[in-house]
Design a protein around this ligand. Structure first.
Ligand SMILES: [Zn+2]
Length: 495
């Protein structure tokens, strides 16, 4: 993006908004300043993107990643509260004072098993790290922190009233971080929240994703020799298999909006020992909490029946649950305008070649990166994709997000291929653009009281004033992995 093009776009926006010239010129100057500040922050954004990609720490183990972000935010004048909501890798960084209070979200957890070198083919990293940023959360954090720092500089230079609150939200991939932070009241008293996510496309999605429950079922049987005295054994693995079979039968008789998937993290140790313990981990999704609840109840019945049939006992643990995303049209429109002002990511020919090589390797169409900005749909788009714990934030404050192209078109998401893209120069280039959209929208929200009022009204209309209800029990603690010897969170103290 060039400054010239931005100025032309700004003039167009002023005309479009029909605001008074005095207000408009101040408004434009602030937006312009924010964009220049992001350019000044480019080196920091790059450093975050590459360092977090190198770390590739998975859910609730993001100690070095969180520490790295906290150091940068503190050095930039943010006041940081560490370890919020009983999660050592969750934090809140605040700048400025008074109202409005503008929230921004940063995610930084990686995915297990999708690690790859930053090359357009399947190639393990030489340092042995097998996890990877297949969802691009390294860029998510880089852009959000970069955008927040840039905005904070505008805020202090112009002595504007208002508070920026940057939330360091761990464990998005397991849909844990924001659920427990929401339950602990961390997202209370916000006027608006800006969210974004890496993608293979660019635009503001007008669809709410899916509500979801994440839960595990443990079965307890009796070990025995599988050949010498199998009649003395009761197989916990049989119970898991029977439960899964029952759920697979159920699939035909649920609404097509349902998504149900499982893995078996524990299914016995050796074929000649009847497994006395087995565990299956499920995700069940639907269009809203009500639908998820319906499917969940039926699956619990199947689990109970499987235990009964195999003469085992069982225990269900609801690990996490999320709502569908509550859309906020006024903030969506502000984000769309900011996207169009900033312009699409301008990938270099070399980066497009990287994407095409990746697409050749995977046998998908050679489209390169698709950076074109899609229009904001007037009507609700069909529900697709997964779930996000940002949904919990959207039930507590007016929230909206955008997607930005960070990975080659058509490549599988959550894969080694997206990890490769997110570790390349194209990833950083996209993060800088995302930071600009965040900073420009941040200016809108800080300065335009009418936008805040409309966002608040949209939120009130959608929630009908009902209080937020967490999908998980009030007294449930987050599943922070702890050492068996001293109970301390695993990896804490790493920086
Ligand atoms: Zn993600």
């Amino acid at each position: 993006m060039t400054l010239g093009r931005f100025t032309i776009a700004i003039c167009g926006l002023v005309f479009f908004l029909g605001v008074s010239p005095g207000f408009a010129s101040r408004f434009d100057a602030l937006r312009l300043q924010a964009l220049i500040e992001v350019d000044e922050t480019r080196e920091t954004i790059d450093r975050i993107a590459t360092t977090l990609w190198d770390y590739s720490e998975t859910a609730l183990l993001e100690h070095r990643s969180a520490g790295f972000l906290i150091d940068i935010l503190e050095a930039s004048g943010f006041r940081v509260t560490h370890g919020v909501a009983d999660m050592p890798t969750a934090f809140v960084a605040e700048f400025g004072q008074g109202e409005p209070v503008i929230g921004m979200l940063a995610e930084y957890d990686a995915l297990p098993g999708v690690g790859n070198a930053a090359v357009p083919r399947r190639q393990a990293r030489t340092d042995g790290v097998s996890s990877g940023h297949g969802c691009g959360h390294n860029l998510f954090a880089a852009a959000s922190v970069g955008g927040a720092v840039a905005l904070s500089r505008v805020l202090s230079r112009e002595s504007l009233p208002g508070t920026i609150r940057l939330f360091g939200t761990p464990a998005e991939e397991t849909l844990v971080g924001k659920v427990y932070m929401a339950k602990a009241g961390v997202f209370d008293n916000l006027d608006a929240v800006i969210d974004w996510h890496p993608s293979t496309r660019t635009g503001v999605r007008n669809q709410p994703g899916r509500a979801m429950n994440s839960f595990e079922v443990e079965f307890f049987g009796q070990a025995a020799h599988s050949s010498a005295d199998p009649w003395n054994g009761r197989s916990a693995l049989d119970a898991v298999e029977l439960m899964n079979h029952g759920v697979n039968m159920m699939r035909e008789h649920v609404n097509p909006t349902a998504r149900i998937h499982y893995v078996i993290p524990s299914g016995g140790e050796a074929p000649n020992v009847v497994p006395e313990y087995a565990r299956v981990w499920y995700y069940v999704r639907g269009v809203n909490r009500e639908e998820v609840g319906k499917f969940y109840e039926r699956i619990l019945k199947i689990a109970e029946a499987a235990a009964m049939a195999t003469e085992t006992t069982h225990k269900v643990t609801l690990i996490s649950g999320v709502h569908e995303y509550l859309l906020n049209r006024p903030i969506q429109e502000a984000l769309q305008k900011a996207l169009e002002l900033v312009g699409p990511v301008e990938f270099t020919e070399e980066e497009q070649q990287f994407a095409r090589s990746l697409q050749d390797h995977l046998g998908v169409e050679r489209k390169g990166y698709d950076a074109e900005i899609k229009p904001l749909s007037d009507s609700l788009e069909p529900v697709e994709g997964g779930s996000t714990d940002v949904a919990e934030v959207s039930y507590l404050a007016p929230t909206a997000g955008f997607q930005l192209t960070t990975a080659a078109a058509g490549v599988p998401w959550h894969s080694w291929a997206t990890t490769a893209c997110h570790g390349s120069s194209a990833g950083t280039r996209a993060a800088v653009v995302a930071a600009k959209v965040i900073a420009a929208t941040g200016v809108d929200l800080l300065v335009d009281a009418d936008l805040i009022a409309r966002a608040r009204k949209s939120f009130r209309d959608a929630t009908e004033g009902k209080p937020y209800v967490s999908p998980i029990p009030a007294d449930q603690a987050p599943p922070v992995p702890r050492s068996e010897t001293d109970g301390r969170p695993i990896g804490s103290g790493l920086r």
